[in-house]
Structures are given as structure tokens and as C-alpha cells.
Design a protein around this ligand. Sequence first.
Ligand SMILES: [Zn+2]
Length: 113
Amino acid sequence: MHEFNICLDILNILEAQAEQHQIHHIKTLTLAVGNLAGIEIDALKFSFPIAAAKSIAKDCDLVIIPVEGRAHCSHCVDEIVIKSLWDACPDCGNYDYEVTQGKELKIRNMEVG
Ligand SMILES: [Zn+2]
């Protein structure tokens, strides 16, 4: 599963951070996940505890903040909201837009303890 590998990537980042700051356990992890990032949030929530079972994020609460997909349409010259990268501009029906937000996967916050 694609999301499982994403979890492993996140855990690698967390382990590196933990080592640097001498953190032994992560209690809560908040991730910002863009609607256009190609990540299934349910699959991510399912995979995370399995991927984290032997890590410093064992039994950690995973909080996910969805980030709306936004783009700049070159026809409407306006910011539009899109639900997927396969969507046309809801205003003019063109695909000629540049995504400005929603492709990200970011660690927003992490509570240690
Ligand atoms: Zn448009």
C-alpha cells in the first residue's frame, strides 16, 4: 500500500528529529494532508499504527488536517477550489490552471511525552 510507505517516510523524519532533540516518545502527531496529494486519509490512518508499532511514535494519536485543493485558473484569472487534479475549473470548465495549494503532506505539530 502506497500510504504505508508514506508512513514509513514520515517515521524516518520523526526518528531523525527525535534523535536530534532527544525525544523518546511522540504522543500526538498532527499532519496536514492536501486533498490533491493523492493520499487516502483512511488508508493513512489505518497504516500509521502498524508502521509505527516499533518506533518512537508507538500508540501515538494521529490527527489529520485536510488541506483544500486550490488553483489559479488562467481563464478566470481567479482562485478556484478543486477536489482532484482531474477536475476542470468549476467556473469555466478549462483545465488550464496552476495548483497553488493542496499537494502537500506536512508535519504540522508533534507533541512529545
Ligand atoms: Zn476557470
